[in-house]
Design a protein around this ligand. Structure first.
Ligand code: SAM
Ligand code: SF4
Length: 450
């Protein structure tokens, strides 16, 4: 919406079109919220930063674990209290929980609108229906929708780093995971639209794009596969860093690493979720790789690209997990030496294969203590990985100021490690050569060399 629009509309109407968007879950949801904002801006909505200013609250939700959904239910209790004070306020639920629970969300008196991840183009129509006083819902999943032609309105704070979804949905059906049910079939977006969007953000001053998909290595559009796409984006400018997430170990191959070798601006980091180190668990999880196959891919990466960091996702206490299985997870972590990890307790999700066929039989206290052991080990591994960087030099892309001091800047190395250093005249968006002088398990500390 333009300023001109503000100035010609009466205040009451202006107030009617203020949207507050709250986003939960993964980076793909963050990017989806940006698509939603783009659709709503065309309808004359502006984004507001205070709930009290909103005429419409949209919550983009996550269903991956039970506690992600519990958070949303408590938010709805709060929104109910806001609606009592403001009778014109409307509340919409978007994303995975909308898709999973559908009409059941409308039964909660607070929710007026429910829109699944493939129905954001329909929001103008749903909002029109809402103004007629009827609750609205669209949870149709699509085989084609990629929102390829919609330029997301960026909501990030730094203006340096942008997310670009290159595909949607998932066909992998890992037995524990709700994603294929709530995000639909896997589909890739046209390479032209991806490159156009990356160029657009680069021209606006962004210096990093992260290409997003549940399994980016299975990206396919005609004869363009993921390594080719990666090179197309990297070729935009050596000043544009390119990241990607997530790589499924069954599909990540040497061709991606060869593309990384060709372009220094493709960041030296691969997020390669292992989930478990036990072959028995991997089979029950339907991950379609063994521990040995996983480790041989890690070896391939380390051989071809020794400076590449590897991170992972781990689930503790999956159905039937024995102490031996758990110890296998700890040993795979040590063998790879992850620099960081996202670690979760298994949460059974309705309708998944695991919920239907496997008992959620690891007691809560055991899940909890195994998760704590995994976290403790990861802290050690992260610290070791950071200690190995002390004395080395890295190029850091500055994203903002450090939490502690305005006089310090923070940004990430190509390996995705957070690095803090005295500002010394540099600013957000700069590439700075930094020598690492100390570290904690979470952060590198350094000094600027240029
Ligand atoms: N597509 C990515 C992949 O396969 O690696 C992961 C996407 S998922 C949004 C992110 C992570 O959530 C998964 O890697 C897994 O570790 C975790 N996760 C998924 N379902 C889970 C469940 N039911 N309980 C606990 N963690 C889960
Ligand atoms: Fe879920 Fe597996 Fe798809 Fe990842 S690959 S989103 S874990 S089903």
């Amino acid at each position: 919406m333009t300023n001109k629009f503000h100035s010609v509309k009466p205040v009451s109407e202006f107030k009617l079109k203020q949207v507050y968007i709250e986003t939960y879950g993964c980076q793909m949801n963050v990017n989806d919220s940006e698509v939603v904002l783009s659709v709503l801006k065309h309808e004359g909505y502006t984004l507001c930063s205070k709930l009290s200013d909103a005429s419409l609250i949209l919550v983009n939700t996550c269903s991956i674990r039970e506690n992600a959904e519990s958070k949303i239910w408590s938010r709805l209790d709060y929104f109910r209290s806001l609606k009592r004070k403001n009778r014109d306020l409307r509340v919409g639920i978007l994303g995975c929980m909308a898709e999973r629970l559908k009409e059941r969300l409308l039964e909660n008196g607070t929710v007026d609108l429910v829109a699944g991840p493939d129905s954001y183009r329909d929001l103008p129509h749903l909002l029109e229906g809402l103004s007629g006083g009827q609750k609205q819902i669209n949870t149709l999943l699509s085989q084609e929708e990629t929102y390829a032609d919609i330029s997301p309105v960026r909501m990030d704070k730094n203006g340096v780093s942008a997310f670009i979804s290159i595909m949607r949905g998932c066909n992998n059906y890992c037995s524990y995971c709700v994603v294929p049910y709530v995000r639909g079939r896997e589909r890739s977006r046209t390479p032209e639209s991806i490159v156009r969007e990356a160029k657009e953000v680069f021209e606006k001053g962004y210096r990093e794009v992260t290409l997003l998909g549940q399994n980016v290595n299975s990206y396919k559009w005609k004869d363009i596969n993921f390594p080719v796409l990666l090179e197309m984006v990297a070729a935009i400018s050596p000043l544009l860093r390119v990241r990607f997430s997530t790589s499924h170990p069954k599909d990540m191959d040497e061709a991606v690493v060869r593309s990384m070798l060709k372009y220094e601006n493709i960041c030296r980091h691969i997020h390669l979720p292992v989930q478990s180190g036990s072959n028995n668990m991997l089979k029950q999880m339907n991950r379609k790789y063994t521990r040995e196959e996983y480790l041989s891919k890690v070896k391939m990466v380390k051989t071809l690209l020794p400076e590449c960091s590897i991170s992972t996702d781990i689930i503790a206490g999956f159905s039937g997990e024995t102490l031996e299985d758990h110890l296998d997870t700890l040993s795979v972590m040590k063998e790879v030496g992850y620099y960081t990890a996202f670690m979760f307790q298994y949460s059974e999700r309705p309708d998944t294969t695991a919920a239907q066929k496997l008992a959620d039989d690891v007691p809560a206290d055991v899940k909890n203590s195994r998760l704590n052991e995994i976290i403790a080990l990861q802290n050690e591994l992260s610290h070791q990985s950071n200690l190995a960087d002390v004395g080395k030099e890295f190029e850091v892309l500055v994203e903002g100021h450090s939490k502690r001091s305005k006089l310090e800047l923070s940004g990430r190395t190509s390996q995705n490690k957070m690095c803090v250093f005295p500002a010394a005249g540099h600013k957000v968006g700069d590439y700075v050569r930094v020598r690492i002088i100390s570290c904690s398990s979470a952060t590198l500390r350094g000094e600027a060399l240029n």
